[in-house]
Design a protein around this ligand. Sequence first.
Ligand code: HEC
Length: 106
Amino acid sequence: MVTGIGSKVALVAVLLSGAVCFAQSSSEVIYKAKCQMCHGVKGMADTPAAKAMKVKPITDPDVKGFTDAKMIEAVRNGTGKMQPYKDKLTNAQITGVVAYFRTFLK
Ligand code: HEC
């Protein structure tokens, strides 16, 4: 009986960690598909499109000062030459992709 419960707990733990991995990797997929061409593989704005649009690297003091909320706002409603994404991505996807973008700051 005890082992039965133990294996159920283990199964739940596996399922939960799988869900977390999925959330992270789907944000990465969205970033690569929709953001990377202008913001660069590591957020350094080192692509030809980034140079053409004068996108700032994530390490630029102006961008570093952005809070999570400000970045989410910029992606939702657009900023400068960047189009709004609120009709293309869900709030959860935007939050996830901004979190992924911010990992480049670390
Ligand atoms: C067509 C090019 C392009 C694409 C695609 C693009 N961006 Fe941008 N992004 C820009 C430009 C241009 C700015 C404004 C840069 C500036 O004025 O500093 C910007 C600004 C931002 C900012 C505000 C901080 C900053 O760097 O100024 C965030 C956050 C951001 N983009 C995230 C994203 C995310 C996330 C995606 C994908 C869903 C994305 N961008 C897709 C061009 C793009």
